[in-house]
Design a protein around this ligand. Sequence first.
Ligand SMILES: *[C@@H]1O[C@H](CO)[C@@H](O)[C@H](O)[C@H]1NC(C)=O
Ligand SMILES: *[C@@H]1O[C@H](CO)[C@@H](O)[C@H](O)[C@H]1NC(C)=O
Ligand SMILES: *[C@@H]1O[C@H](CO)[C@@H](O)[C@H](O)[C@H]1NC(C)=O
Ligand SMILES: *[C@@H]1O[C@H](CO)[C@@H](O)[C@H](O)[C@H]1NC(C)=O
Length: 239
Amino acid sequence: MRWMKVHIHTAMVATALLLSFTLGLEDSCLRGEHHKPSPGPETSMRECLLFSNSSCCYANFTEHLVSPVTTVVKTKWNLCQNLSDSCETFMKKIECFYQCSPEAAHWMNPNYPAGLLQVPVCASFCNHWFSACKDDLTCAKNWLTDFKWDKDSNHCQHECVPFSKMYTNGTDLCHSMWGQSFIESSSSCRCLQMDDQDTVVLPFILHADSKSSNSESDVEKSCQEALLGHKKLSTSEKE
Ligand SMILES: *[C@@H]1O[C@H](CO)[C@@H](O)[C@H](O)[C@H]1NC(C)=O
Ligand SMILES: *[C@@H]1O[C@H](CO)[C@@H](O)[C@H](O)[C@H]1NC(C)=O
Ligand SMILES: *[C@@H]1O[C@H](CO)[C@@H](O)[C@H](O)[C@H]1NC(C)=O
Ligand SMILES: *[C@@H]1O[C@H](CO)[C@@H](O)[C@H](O)[C@H]1NC(C)=O
């Protein structure tokens, strides 16, 4: 009986959330130089395929992200040396989200519409990103402000050091590399992993900003259950 009650309640909260999410969905993209005016399907993406059904980047943008990535638009990723495959994978997830996610505009920086402000990223993502890049080299802590620029590209103005020296830990990496774009979330569910589970948790993240009578812990619990359901489903699909 208790089980039933919890599940009916969860289903109701989830439905209400989904409904308000769908109705309130902003059909827009960030206002960067390479962003589309509004999201739509792209058929020939080489990378960022997570967003192929609804993308804020054109397929041709993703050519920049085909391994080995050296320069993305004008930003050289390999000023010190080429990035390792594992580090590149994480850098790409972030770049794909920024350029292609149809949800990114929810976090448009009010002072700079081409940029993000405080997208909640999972602590586990920050930690894995840090481990993946710790032995790679960088000469800038904040990649938005700490390079020297000419009209062609970025240049180092400090010496190259390992990520593990430049950043203290995953939190520091998430909070520093792209300025104020990302913030580590204290929730284990209502945060982005930059993968396919994000569509499941997004309604619960966006809900936190809207007015509703559901308490924080109810939303967190519903989120955990929705995520568990998604994980079970994707495991059974693989079998
Ligand atoms: C795109 O949409 C199709 C049809 O709804 C779905 O089967 C597929 O999983 C979606 N792809 C992605 C990457 O979400
Ligand atoms: C990328 O594709 C878009 C839309 O098809 C086009 O407008 C744009 O000029 C292309 N960019 C480059 C660099 O080819
Ligand atoms: C970095 O990658 C590029 C592109 O594959 C390659 O041409 C270059 O030789 C690599 N540089 C080093 C130092 O490995
Ligand atoms: C990560 O580093 C920051 C300092 O940059 C520190 O305040 C924080 O406690 C560290 N977090 C962990 C989990 O060690």
